[in-house]
Each structure stands twice: as C-alpha cells, then as structure tokens.
Design a protein around this ligand. Structure first.
Ligand code: SDX
Length: 433
C-alpha cells in the first residue's frame, strides 16, 4: 500500500453524526481501527461474536497471513525454523525476541537442564484420579499445582527474576510432567530426567524408556519431535493464547494462566482436533474406507459431523504447518518402517475435499491437526496424548504472549456487551405467580 494513500483516521457515521477513530498500521501493513475512545465518543460499543474481526492487542511475536498461508515467528518463517532450528532454540526466540547465539543458547540449555525435576509430592495428585482420566484434565491440574510448590510465583508482577525463574521452570518441567502422564497411565515406574540429554532426547527417554531395559534414542524420533513441537510453538491470538492473556490480565500467576490455556486447547474445535482426526480416520477405515460418504456427511447441515483437521479461523489457504507435517509424514513413516493405512485415507480425504466446491468455496484446507496425529501414533503415543503434545509445543508461545501482555502492563480484559434480555420488571411474590 502506497504511503501517500494511507489515511490516519476512519470516519464513522451514527444517526447523522460523524466520528473519527485513529487507524493503526502494522509492520506488514495490516490496518486496525483503534476503538479505545469509541464508547466515550459515541456511547456505542462494537459487537463481534467469536472475535472474527477484532484485534485484542498489537503484538511482535507471530505474524500470520491467512490468505497467503504465511506464518512467521519474530520475523523468521516457520519453514526455516522447522528445517534449521531446535525446539528449545525456537522457545528462546519466542520468549526473548531473537535467536540465541552459541553462548546464549548454552546458558539457556543449561538453565533448562537443571530445572527438569518436579517435587516428588506431585505424584500424590495422581492417586486422586480414577484410572483412564484424560491426560489433558490431569495436565491442567498438574501445571496449576506448580503454584503450590513454588509460592514465590504467586505475584508475577512483583519481581522480574521470579518471573524468569517461573518461565524456566515451566519450560523445563513440562516434558517431565508429560512423561509422567504416559507412565502413570500405564502404571509403570517413572523414568527421571537425565541432565546429560538434550531437551527432546530427555523427553523421549523419560517417555519411552522402561526401567527394566536400555532405551536407544532414535535420531528419527528426535528430528520428528523437534519439528512437531516447533510447528505448534505459537499461533498469535488463537483461542488458548487469548485465554492465557485474559487470565494473565487479572494478574493471576503464570502457572494458573498456562493451566487455563491448556483447558482451552483441550476443546475439539481447537487443539483437541488432533485426537478427533485420528478417531475420525479410524472410523472411516472401520466403515470400509468410504471417503465420499464422510465428505457428504461433512457437507450436510443436518449432520453434526465435521471434517476434523479441516478449516481454520485465519487460514483461508493451506496451513503452512500442515504442508510441512504432511511432507514429514511419508519421510518419518518410511524411516520408521511404519505402514499406516489411515495415512492413505487422510490423503484421499484431502484430495476429495479439495476437489469439492463446498470446501473450495469456504476455503477449507487441512490445518495443523490433520496429519500430526499420524506421526504421533507412528512414534507410539496413544491418541489421548496428542493434545498434550500440542500443549507441550505451544507452551513457549503461551509464555511469550503472557509476557508481552505483562510487560506492556495491559489492563484487565473486560469486554462489553449489548443486553437483549427483559427490561425492568416488578417482583411478584411466589403465591401470586
Ligand atoms: C487449531 O486459531 C488458531 O490459530 C488455532 C490453531 C492454533 O495453532 O492455535 O491453528 C489450532 O485449533 C486448528 C483448528 C482445529 N480444529 C478443527 O480442525 C475442527 C474442525 N474445524 C472447524 O470446526 C472450523 O473450521 C474451525 C473451528 C477451525 C474454524 O471455524 P470458524 O472460523 O468459526 O468457521 P465456521 O465454523 O463459521 O465455518 C465456516 C463455514 C461453515 O459453513 P456455512 O455455515 O458457511 O455453510 O465452513 C464450514 C461451516 O459449517 N466448516 C466446515 C468445517 N469447518 C468449517 N464444514 C465441514 N468440516 C469442517 N471442518
């Protein structure tokens, strides 16, 4: 957009009166109407159910272009990061705003390695849960419980050193807690963190090693896990990141904010979709693999069935993360020597949908959740752990979003509404109703 044609104000007419509102331009030329004075000027508020057209903040963390299928973190493309960085490097980038040099990375890596243990009393919490509890419900509680073990975290606005310590504890302990979920679900003894392993190798060791035998860390697993965690690391103001921000805006401690983000991610329309995709593909396989039948169900307004892993609030083009994961699927399954029939069903489903007007007109493409579960399954994760793995990847993004909100000292989030209920009514005693 040429700077000459850029105006700095929007004009709004309400009932014959014209008002001016400032325009905000982002570094990628996005335009925002600053409505912070709207109500004081006009008495009106905006209404945008689901916030489809509403920006909650400015941000420097992640840029998405939904029409072009672009995703960048602090200016670096997701393709470059997935190809060249480690997840811990991307976590540093999201939280600190720049890629670490060798010394910075060494310091960061050492800080994380030395905070991986969790308090032994955390294991007592598992005794309260019935067998078969969903690990996302467990994770929500375990992350929130960290505020009990670290009471110095309870006022995140008090001391920046406390805040940085809490951030390091979360990044370091989440893999240990996720591995605990896997072991406790099987009733197996825990495998403790090993400080001489890198972040992803340590997670895989705690998750897949059995106490009775040696475990050889497969570099194919390490590469796949790094890539999957990077692809989930942040996604600007999605449902769970917005949840983390609004909970943080009341000055709740960071553990409580992340716990709230995990709860939001659990929903099948959000991060829970990766579990639903595999269940959907399995159902199609069990039903004889009739892909067309399920495409028709997805298009039928009277049928609640949706093509899970398809569609996106922002991407109206192919989700760049899905493109990378789809490409990795073949590569990783071949390297692992895994033949998974539901991968072929997924590809046939995608091909059929992308040739169908219903999906083309609505710009519904595969999203990050469509293929990710196929790799998780090939690596040996049970389907109910898939969204937990999404949360493990999203953690640095949630932290970066919370930190930006905190450092800008943003006010408590408190949207307005338009009341459409009963107007003033006189109370009638029960005997007269
Ligand atoms: C994630 O926001 C993020 O960035 C999220 C995320 C992240 O990294 O944080 O990218 C991760 O959550 C990815 C999305 C995972 N969810 C799913 O895969 C669930 C299936 N997808 C949908 O439920 C849906 O596409 C949403 C929830 C993702 C987006 O929904 P919107 O933006 O509210 O769009 P909509 O529901 O208004 O749909 C528009 C139209 C509707 O049809 P019409 O009323 O216009 O006739 O498209 C249809 C919908 O019925 N539609 C689908 C569909 N998704 C939308 N029809 C069939 N199958 C689908 N999957």
């Amino acid at each position: 957009m040429e700077s000459a044609s850029k105006s700095d104000k929007a004009r709004l007419e309400i009932n014959g009166k014209t008002y001016e509102l400032p325009l905000i331009y982002g570094t990628e030329n996005e335009i925002g109407i600053d409505i912070s004075t709207l109500r004081s000027q006009t008495g009106a508020v905006t209404v945008d159910i689901g916030y489809k057209n509403t920006g909650s903040t400015t941000s420097s963390i992640t840029y998405l272009d939904g029409e072009k299928g672009i995703l960048r973190h602090r200016g670096y493309s997701i393709e470059d990061l997935a190809e060249n960085a480690t997840f811990l490097e991307v976590a540093y980038l999201l939280i600190n705003g720049k890629l670490p040099n060798a010394q910075e990375y060494s310091d960061w890596d050492n800080q994380i390695r030395n905070h991986t243990l969790v308090n032994e009393d955390m294991q007592n919490i598992f005794k309260a849960w019935p067998t078969g509890s969903h690990p996302m419900g467990q994770l929500t509680a375990l992350i929130s419980s960290l505020s009990s073990f670290y009471p110095d975290s309870l006022d995140p606005y008090r001391d920046v050193d406390d805040q940085h310590r809490t951030i390091r504890r979360l990044i370091a302990k989440m893999p240990t807690i996720v591995a605990m979920l896997m072991k406790k679900a099987k009733g197996h003894p825990l495998i403790y963190p090993s400080n001489n392993l890198d972040y992803v190798s340590n997670f895989l060791n705690m998750t897949f090693k059995n106490v009775t035998e040696d475990y050889e860390i497969d570099p194919v697993f390490v590469e796949a896990m790094n890539k999957l965690l990077i692809l989930h690391a942040d996604h600007e103001q999605n449902c769970s990141a917005s949840t983390v921000r609004i909970v943080g805006s009341s000055h709740s401690n960071l553990y409580a904010c992340i716990s709230a983000g995990i709860a939001a991610l659990w929903g099948p329309l959000h991060g829970g979709a990766n579990q639903k995709v595999i269940e959907m593909l399995e159902a199609i396989k069990e039903d004889g693999g009739d892909v067309t039948k399920y495409i028709l169900k997805a298009k039928d307004k009277d049928d609640p069935f949706r093509l899970m892993g398809f569609g996106h609030r922002v991407y109206k083009n192919y989700d760049p993360r899905a493109r990378i994961i789809k490409k990795s699927c073949d590569d990783i399954l071949n390297k692992l020597g895994v033949q998974d029939p539901i991968l072929n069903i997924a590809k046939e489903l995608e091909e059929t949908a992308l040739a169908d007007d219903y999906f083309v007109e609505r710009k519904l493409f595969p999203n990050v959740d469509f293929y990710s579960g196929i790799i998780y399954r090939a690596m040996g994760f049970p389907v109910e752990m898939f969204t937990v793995l999404f949360a493990l990847g999203r953690l640095p993004g949630w932290i970066a979003q919370w930190q930006e909100m905190r450092d800008e000292n943003q006010p408590i989030g408190r949207p307005r509404q338009i009341y459409v209920g009963e107007v003033n009514r006189e109370f009638v005693p029960m005997q007269n109703r």
